[in-house]
Design a protein. Structure first.
Length: 254
């Protein structure tokens, strides 16, 4: 018997993606738009990048993409953004909590600025944004996907605060699945070695050691994360409270 594959499984769905102007966020936006979704692209500072991506996608589907600037660490800004998205699109079907800060915080050097940045972007923002979108997602049997990290469960040396914040997001994923079910599904995707920081945090030998420790012995790509997000949004109606590690098998023996 032939299996029919829907080429546009997200047609008519509206998805809000945080940190969508570049890197994994932009790649995810392209994949979801290609699956038929209407997109609300959040950015914090990179308005130019977000608008360029929106213009690119709008050429394929006029009226299907809008941009929203907000500092995710400000709860009032989150609520205002959600209200604007719902007003513009007439509702909301999914949230992808992708925006994230990442930098080292060796013990003894951690201060409140680092706390506000790392915990604010990786835990506080997803929590309050999920709370803001919950009533709208409940109306549409919606979905939340959080982008965590393999180090949420296995902390990275020198990155205690980041690892703890991602660990909190992982726990939040499971807690929200309990709180919002059965109407809303909540899952997470945990990347491994996908894109390296652009500020040179890892020297080439360190990068190679990380890759060598994975079972597939190679780096992943933003497309690998985007495919997992699309799967959880469009093709996993019986999956909630789960984490997909997209890491080349690294966590199998980390």
């Amino acid at each position: 018997m032939a299996i029919l594959v829907n080429p546009l499984p997200l047609k008519g769905k509206t998805v809000l993606i945080t940190g969508a102007s570049r890197r994994i966020g932009a790649c995810t936006a392209r994949f979801l738009h290609g699956a038929g979704a209407h997109l609300a692209l959040h950015y914090r500072k990179d308005q130019e990048g977000a608008q360029a991506l929106a213009a690119e996608l709008e050429r394929e589907g006029p009226g299907s993409v809008r941009c929203y600037g907000a500092d995710l660490r400000e709860v009032a800004a989150l609520e205002a953004m959600v209200a604007a998205v719902v007003a513009d699109f007439g509702g909301l079907d999914a949230l992808v909590n992708n925006a994230s800060s990442f930098f080292p915080t060796p013990l003894g050097s951690i201060d409140e600025a680092a706390w506000d940045d790392l915990v604010g972007s990786n835990f506080k923002a997803p929590l309050f944004l999920s709370q803001a979108v919950a009533p709208h997602l409940r109306q549409r049997q919606g979905v939340i996907v959080n982008i965590t990290d393999v180090h949420a469960e296995r902390p990275l040396a020198g990155y205690a605060l980041y690892s703890a914040a991602k660990g909190a997001l992982l726990t939040l994923t499971r807690a929200l699945a309990q709180e919002l079910g059965p109407e809303v599904r909540v899952n997470a995707v945990a990347p491994g070695a996908i894109l390296w920081p652009e500020d040179g945090q890892f020297a080439d030998p360190e990068r190679q050691a990380i890759v060598d420790h994975s079972l597939l012995k190679r780096e992943g790509s933003p497309e690998d994360i985007a495919r997992a997000v699309r799967f959880l949004l469009a093709e996993a109606p019986y999956v909630t409270g789960q984490v997909i590690n997209v890491d080349g098998g690294r966590t199998a023996h980390l």
